[in-house]
Design a protein around this ligand. Structure first.
Ligand code: PMP
Ligand code: GLN
Length: 389
C-alpha cells in the first residue's frame, strides 16, 4: 500500500467564493425568475456574424492563429482605433487579442504587478480585478466612487497613490453604476498620475454603449495617459456574443511585450475561426456605431416602465445596466432586498454592495436591460407591483 499524504489545501484566494454573477444566474434559474442579474443579452447576435464563423471554419481556418491574434483581426482593430478614436496604434506591437476582456485584465495585472505592489481600484469595482491582483502578490487600495453620480473623487484618488502604487484601474462606461468618464475627468486623472510611476489599466468594454449623444472618451486618445495605459475591450459586448469570449488589449510596445509574455502562457491564442468571423464583420462599422442608440431605447423603455413605482432610478449614462434604489421605501440591505425580490417578484438582480470592499450599502440593485422588449416589460410589471408608487 502506498503511503497517503494529506493534500495541501490552503487557498491562495481564501476570501473568494463563487462569483456573484454565477450565484445569481443559478438562483434565477432555480426560482424560474427573470434574470436581470448577470450581464448578457437574451437576443441573438447578427446572422451575418454567425455565417462568417461557418465560412471561416469551412475554409479551413481551424488551427492556431499567431499568438498576438489573427493578422486580419489585428488589422481591423488598428483601422477601428484610427477611424473611431483617431488613435494610431501599430497592431503588430501594440494590440493583443485575448480570451475576452477577462483574460486581458488578468494578463495586464500579472504582467506588471509584483509582490508588495499596490493597485488602486475604484469601488464599486468589477469583481475580477482584485483576485488577479492577489495572485500577482499585490494588494488593492480601494477608493470609493461618490454616489449618486459615482464620479471619481480626484483628491481621494491622489491621496491613495503612493510610491508603491504600480497600477490604477479605471472602468468607463462603468459596471455596475452606468457612470462614464468625460474628457475632463481623463485630464484630471492625467494630472493625478503625472510624475508618478503608476501604470493605468482602463476597462472600456462598454465603449460603444454610451447615451444621449455622448461619445466614449478612451484613455488611448489622451496624450498623457496613452503611454502608461493598458486599454481593454470586448467583442462580447459589442456584437451580442458574450459567450465567444474574445477581446483585446491595446498598450504601448514595451507594455505589450510584457503583456504577451504572460498571454502566450495563459491561452497562447484564441479561437481562430471566431477571430476571422469578427474581422469580416468589422468591415462594416455601422453595427457598432448604432449600438448606443439600440441600448438607449432599451434603457428608456425600462426607465419609463418604472416611472410609476417607488424605485428610484439614478442616471445611467452608459453600459447596459440600470441601478434601482429601494432606500425610499424599504430599509433592508441591498442583499436582503435582492433575495426578497427574487422570491416575491421573480426578478433576479445584483446587489451593488458586493462590489464595495467596505460593504458600503447605498441600497441600490443593478439590473441588466440587455433584454428583449417583452422581458423588459414583464420585469417592469413585476417591479411596479412589488413597489408601487
Ligand atoms: N469588465 C467589465 C466591466 C465587464 O462588465 C465584463 C463582463 N461583463 C468584463 C470586463 C469581462 O468581459 P469578457 O466577457 O469579454 O471577458
Ligand atoms: N460582466 C458580466 C456582468 O457584469 C458577468 C460576467 C461573468 O459572469 N463573469 O454581469
Amino acid at each position: 500500500m502506498t503511503e497517503s499524504r494529506p493534500v495541501p489545501t490552503s487557498s491562495k484566494l481564501p476570501g473568494v467564493g463563487l462569483s456573484i454573477f454565477a450565484v445569481m444566474s443559478k438562483k434565477a434559474a432555480d426560482h424560474g425568475a427573470l434574470n436581470l442579474a448577470q450581464g448578457f443579452p437574451d437576443f441573438e447576435c447578427p446572422a451575418a456574424l454567425r455565417e462568417a464563423v461557418v465560412e471561416a471554419m469551412s475554409s479551413g481556418l481551424n488551427q492556431y492563429s499567431p499568438m498576438p491574434g489573427a493578422p486580419a483581426l489585428l488589422e481591423r482593430i488598428e483601422q477601428k482605433l484610427r477611424d473611431h478614436y483617431g488613435v494610431d496604434a501599430d497592431a503588430g506591437r501594440e494590440v493583443t487579442v485575448t480570451a475576452g476582456a477577462t483574460e486581458a485584465l488578468f494578463v495586464a495585472i500579472q504582467s506588471c504587478v509584483r509582490d508588495g505592489d499596490e493597485v488602486v481600484v475604484l469601488d464599486p469595482a468589477y469583481d475580477s480585478y482584485e483576485p488577479a491582483v492577489h495572485l500577482a502578490g499585490g494588494r488593492c487600495v480601494h477608493v470609493p466612487l461618490s454616489p449618486p453620480g459615482y464620479g471619481i473623487d480626484f483628491d481621494r484618488l491622489a491621496d491613495a497613490i503612493t510610491p508603491r502604487t504600480r497600477l490604477v484601474v479605471v472602468n468607463t462606461p462603468h459596471n455596475p453604476t452606468g457612470a462614464v468618464l468625460s474628457r475632463d475627468d481623463l485630464d484630471r486623472l492625467a494630472d493625478v498620475l503625472e510624475g508618478t510611476d503608476a501604470l493605468l489599466l482602463s476597462d472600456e468594454v462598454y465603449e460603444h454603449i454610451v447615451f444621449d449623444g455622448a461619445r466614449h472618451a478612451s484613455v488611448l486618445q489622451h496624450p498623457r495617459l496613452r503611454p502608461r495605459a493598458f486599454a481593454v475591450f470586448s467583442f462580447g459586448k459589442t456584437y451580442h456574443v458574450t459567450g465567444w469570449k474574445i477581446g483585446y488589449c491595446v498598450a504601448p510596445p514595451a507594455l505589450t511585450e510584457e503583456f504577451r509574455k504572460v498571454h502566450q502562457y495563459v491561452t497562447f491564442c484564441v479561437s481562430t475561426p471566431m477571430q476571422h468571423a469578427i474581422a469580416a464583420f468589422m468591415a462594416d462599422a455601422s453595427f457598432a456605431a448604432s449600438l448606443g442608440e439600440f441600448y438607449q431605447e432599451k434603457r428608456d423603455r425600462f426607465r419609463a416602465g418604472l416611472e410609476n413605482s417607488a424605485w428610484s432610478l439614478p442616471p445611467c449614462a452608459g453600459t447596459y445596466f440600470q441601478l434601482l434604489g429601494h432606500g425610499d421605501f424599504a430599509s433592508e440591505s441591498d442583499t436582503d432586498m435582492t433575495e426578497r425580490l427574487l422570491r416575491e417578484a421573480g426578478v433576479a438582480a445584483i446587489p451593488v454592495s458586493v462590489f464595495n470592499e467596505d460593504g458600503r450599502d447605498d441600497r441600490v440593485l443593478r439590473m441588466c436591460f440587455a433584454k428583449g422588449d417583452e422581458t423588459l416589460d414583464a420585469a417592469c410589471e413585476k417591479l411596479r407591483a412589488f413597489a408601487p408608487a
